[in-house]
Design a protein around this ligand. Structure first.
Ligand code: SF4
Length: 250
């Protein structure tokens, strides 16, 4: 850990924020944590990354730190890394079950966003770029997507807002909720946005599949192998034997 600090002085400063918890409720923990982090946020001009470590990390780096370290070291964006560490002998309650990474802009106490567990590692390189753009005041969507992506987000969210799923049969209503979840997780991933069809088109498609002998009880099509809960919602997909086609908005 010390090596890590020494090798990146000037670009990276890793603080040992040892938050030792001895008050048995969340409020006490939050107060201690926030007062330490707040001081740094107030006095820092760089992007601030707070690693909240859920396992004993007083003497050792955790799995999350180990994975992030090479990416932090090779990163070009000026940033400051803080670690919030729990002493195994004074574990807080409730104990954080998943390690996570918070991104903060200087002088702003609301985090820009956070990532948990392996997602924090997998997306780290993209996330520091996104967070760095957000420091200039742009939204998460604008920082994550190009103009086409932002347009797609606006159109899709408008579509969700304006559609009524009240009249849909229960199965397709459930599928539409699934599509919304799929959309939300793709959006938070920052790339690879799916283009979705309106609810009535997805319903039409799914109704055709339901009457098709190729559909299994697991909602999988034996012809293409796809899970139809997902495939019927995607604009670019089509039935492999021509029972329904790609959706063209034009
Ligand atoms: S995609 Fe086509 S072949 Fe597959 S279950 Fe649906 S209608 Fe049948």
């Amino acid at each position: 850990m010390i090596m890590w600090i020494l090798t990146r002085v000037g670009v990276l400063l890793l603080d040992q924020l040892r938050v030792v918890f001895n008050i048995n409720y969340l409020g006490g923990y939050m107060k201690k944590l926030l007062s330490n982090v707040r001081d740094v946020i107030l006095n820092e001009d760089r992007l601030i990354i707070v690693l909240v470590l859920a396992e004993d990390c007083m003497e050792h780096e955790t799995g999350l730190e180990h994975e992030l370290r090479p990416m932090v070291e090779s990163n070009e964006i000026p940033l400051r890394v803080l670690r919030v560490c729990f002493d195994a002998n004074n574990m807080p309650w409730p104990r954080p079950m998943t390690e996570c990474v918070y991104y903060f802009a200087p002088k702003k106490f609301n985090p820009l966003f956070l990532r948990t567990g392996l997602e924090a590692v997998r997306r780290f390189e993209d996330d520091i770029k996104i967070a760095s753009k957000m420091m200039d005041g742009v939204s998460y969507d604008e920082a994550s997507f190009d103009d086409e992506g932002v347009k797609l987000i606006d159109e899709t969210e408008e579509m969700f807002d304006s559609e009524s799923t009240k009249e849909l049969p229960p199965t397709t209503k459930m599928l539409r909720n699934f599509a919304k979840d799929m959309w939300k997780s793709a959006k938070s991933a920052g790339k690879g946005l799916p283009v979705l069809v309106p609810a009535e088109i997805a319903t039409e498609r799914y109704t055709i599949c339901e009457g098709c002998p190729k559909l299994t009880e697991e909602f999988r099509c034996t012809e293409c192998g796809c899970f139809m809960k997902k495939k019927t919602q995607l604009a670019q997909s089509s039935c492999p034997i021509g029972k329904w086609s790609e959706f063209n908005k034009e």
